[in-house]
Design a protein around this ligand. Structure first.
Ligand code: ZN
Ligand code: ZN
Ligand code: FE
Length: 749
């Protein structure tokens, strides 16, 4: 029987996920000799053996890969036969500037949890990991992925760990963060002499007693308290200066989750996935009321670090709040010094550990809509997995937007989105943005040649882009939204694009956000849009929805409308209202906005649900939470020229309010009206253009009712509907759209 040799080049997410040991094992199993190595393109294998064995070997590579690994391509070419007698794993080789993928962090696996109870050197060891699990992105400083290029570098392997690390048949073979009680990082409590063994018992007791704990996590500090203790949750909110925003909750048992929340098979799968996102679930019976405040959903996450599992062994409460360790809207804290300084006033105890976090990563957030899981915040567990594009994007830096910013760098045909950065309005977040860009440039050896950014000159991301002194490609905000969704689905053609969004600068200098486009990646036509309304006070209107409500009433019913008699304005001082009416009348600081978010704001204000917003998008979220789902009726609207006019909608809402129709019904009728608008406009645009593909994007599609029903309704009418899955529909996805548009324009040049 003749033996042959083959070179197998494997690309995808194949580093830091136990891929080489996996290849080794199946090589031995299939009687293959040769070697496997990491390089900057991915993994390369030189395989020798009988042709049938080689075939089986390749099938095994493709079908039995480790959970977190993901293959992009497997290329097989014949190679020179060298008569290898064994199969070896070769050292990493760094030879060119093409860089492969960096694994996101992976939740601790079952085997490691078991090892914490049976391996003498890992008894109760809270940093147990293996090639299938553990920290990755958050500790990686450079590629190739080797221990000395991570923040594990100061921890020299003990003899036992070293043996495991070098034993090809061991699960920890070449697991870069491998460690044990003798040699690895440990938790400690600031200012207290408590051995690491006692920490889980100690802090679970404190949590059950209603205390607040600051706990160093994988991608940053968390603040933790009993989610069933209203006093504790209230105190945490107060201390953190976070009055309104819902907080995520960690639970460890699916049956307990099912007691408190509605959870379907898709949500269950996401909760248990190795990425461990926070999954938004419908409330059934409340935990402490202050956890999700007035929202009808709660974000639930399963334990993903060994210590989380240890805590739930001792905790009496089934649920703990797990919110980011920061003050208000600043980035989550990763430095131990800063944690001591800033979190001491919030938490009763600070639990830390002596390994550095290199890349900050918040918990990711996902939501199920129309049968598909959809990322709302893309960070731990997802970043920096690339999105494969249809176009070359090498050298393109996409700066992103302003709110919930995330940027993207282009490598080959991969767009690599940064982790969730946050709102670039405070200096701390901007510093995080700049630091993350430096980290990404170093990690992926990225050299920017073009810069894509938003048209808004005041976005700090735009200013950062301008300072790079490279060819600048300005991209309209909502065109970027639609393009992001197109890129995600590999679309490069004319589509009907619907961007329902908060704010974004339009080509005409006004604020856009209720947009119906016919567009492709090159350009767009603004076919129809929500009737623009003056926003008294500009940005202030987004924080005070009552202003926008007054403005709509003024727009449609004029200055003689009895503003002072409106129930929703009873807490607004009359002088303040008069000033606002004057400003509207004179057009002082009243930029025009067609933003869908503002329309939702106005209706939330009119119904008394939200007069003042305590956080971004609170009003639309409360309006959605109020929906009477059984109600199928709706209000009326008109289309005048290109404008979708809401005069009848507001007239009928006012009438319903007068007749004391419940807010839940008004909210349902309002949402159903928006759905009707979408259907009517799509039908019209499809008739005119012959297009059948509809792309949905923009922050308003975080609204689950709106998104699910839009998809189902349009599909029923024979349209092919594309909505976001792997990148956020909010401004966190903008960078991907900017990159797609820039790539297209560069290609056409
Ligand atoms: Zn493991
Ligand atoms: Zn060790
Ligand atoms: Fe937006």
């Amino acid at each position: 029987m003749t033996l042959i040799a083959q070179k197998i080049r494997i690309t995808g997410l194949v580093q830091g996920v136990g891929f080489r040991p996996f290849v080794y094992r199946i090589a031995v199993f299939n009687a293959i000799t040769g070697w496997v190595a990491n390089d900057n393109l991915g993994v390369i294998v030189h395989a020798e053996g009988r042709p049938t064995n080689l075939e089986a070997f390749i099938v095994d590579i493709k079908t039995q890969l480790p959970a977190a690994a993901h293959l992009r391509s497997v290329e097989i070419t014949s190679a020179e036969f060298q008569n290898f007698t064994s199969f070896d794993i070769r050292k990493s080789d760094s030879y060119n500037d093409e860089v492969t993928e960096v694994s996101p962090d992976i939740a601790v696996c079952e085997d490691c949890l078991a090892d914490m109870e049976r391996q003498p050197h890992r008894l109760g060891y809270a940093f147990t990991n293996c090639t299938h699990c553990g920290p990755r992105f958050t500790i990686i400083k450079a590629l190739p992925y080797d221990r000395f290029q991570t923040t594990m570098e100061p921890f020299a392997l003990c003899e036992t760990c070293d043996k495991e690390y070098k034993d090809v048949l061991n699960r920890r073979f070449h697991a870069q963060p491998v460690a044990c009680n003798t040699c690895g990082p440990q938790y400690h409590i600031a200012g207290l002499e408590i051995g690491f063994e006692a920490i889980p018992v100690f802090i679970s007791k404190l949590i059950d007693e209603g205390k607040i704990i600051a706990l160093k996590g994988l991608g940053g500090y968390h603040l933790v308290c009993d989610a069933t203790n209203e006093e504790a949750v209230k105190r945490l909110r107060h201390n953190k200066n976070r009055e309104g925003k819902p907080m995520a909750v960690m639970m460890a048992s699916m049956s307990k989750v099912e007691q408190h929340f509605e959870v379907n098979a898709i949500e269950r799968k996401a909760l248990e996935s190795w990425q461990r996102p926070i999954v938004l679930l419908q409330n059934r019976t409340a935990l402490a009321p202050s956890v999700s405040n007035r929202m009808n959903t709660t974000g639930i996450v399963f334990p993903y670090m060994p210590l989380h599992h240890q805590l739930f062994k001792h905790l009496k409460t089934p649920a703990i709040v797990l919110t980011s360790g920061n003050v208000s809207d600043e980035p989550v804290i990763i430095e131990d010094e800063q944690a001591l300084q800033n979190l001491s006033s919030i938490a009763d105890v600070i639990v830390t550990y002596n390994r550095k976090i290199h890349n900050r990563a918040d918990d990711s957030v996902a939501m199920e809509a129309a049968g598909v899981m959809r990322i709302m915040r893309r960070s731990r567990g997802f970043a920096p997995s690339p999105i494969t594009m249809n176009l070359p994007v090498e050298g393109i830096f996409a700066a992103g937007a302003e709110l919930v910013n995330s940027f993207a760098i282009g490598k080959g045909t991969n767009a690599i989105l940064s982790q969730h950065i946050g709102d670039l309005k405070n200096t701390e977040t901007l510093a995080f943005y700049e630091e993350a860009y430096e980290h990404f440039s170093a990690l992926f050896r990225f050299n920017a040649r073009w810069v894509a950014c938003d048209l808004h000159p005041d976005y700090l991301s735009t200013r950062f882009a301008q300072k790079m002194n490279l060819p600048l490609i300005g991209v309209q905000h909502h065109h970027a939204h639609i393009a992001a969704c197109m890129a995600e689905h590999g679309l490069d053609e004319k589509v009907i694009g619907i961007a329902l969004d908060g704010t974004g600068l339009g080509n005409d200098g006004t604020i856009w956000g209720g947009e119906f486009f016919v567009c492709d990646l090159m350009d767009f036509e603004r076919k129809l849009y929500f009737d623009p309304v003056p926003l008294p006070g500009g940005d202030k209107a987004t924080e005070e929805p009552w202003r926008t409500a007054v403005s709509y009433l003024y727009l449609y019913f004029g200055p003689d409308f009895p503003f002072h008699e409106q129930a929703f304005l009873k807490e607004i001082p009359p002088e303040k209202l008069n000033l606002l009416l004057q400003a509207i009348q004179l057009g002082i600081n009243c930029p025009l906005s067609s933003g869908a978010g503002r329309l939702f704001d106005a209706v939330a204000a009119l119904t008394g649900l939200c007069i003042h917003a305590t956080f971004h998008a609170e009003a639309p979220m409360l309006l959605e939470s109020a929906i009477e789902t059984g109600c199928k009726s709706k209000y009326l609207f008109e289309i005048e020229d290109k404008r979708i006019v809401f005069m009848k909608l507001f007239y009928l809402i006012m009438k319903d309010l007068k007749n004391q129709v419940p807010v839940s019904v008004i909210s349902a009728k309002f949402h159903n009206t928006i759905l009707t608008i979408i259907l009517k406009v799509v039908k019209r645009l499809s008739q005119d253009s012959g297009l059948k593909k509809v792309v949905l994007s923009g922050g308003s599609f975080q609204n689950c009712y709106l998104l699910s029903n839009s998809i189902i309704m349009l599909q029923e009418q024979g349209f092919e509907v594309f909505a976001h899955e792997n990148v956020p529909t909010n401004d966190g996805g903008i960078a991907l759209g900017q990159m797609a548009i820039a790539a297209k324009r560069i290609q056409k040049e």
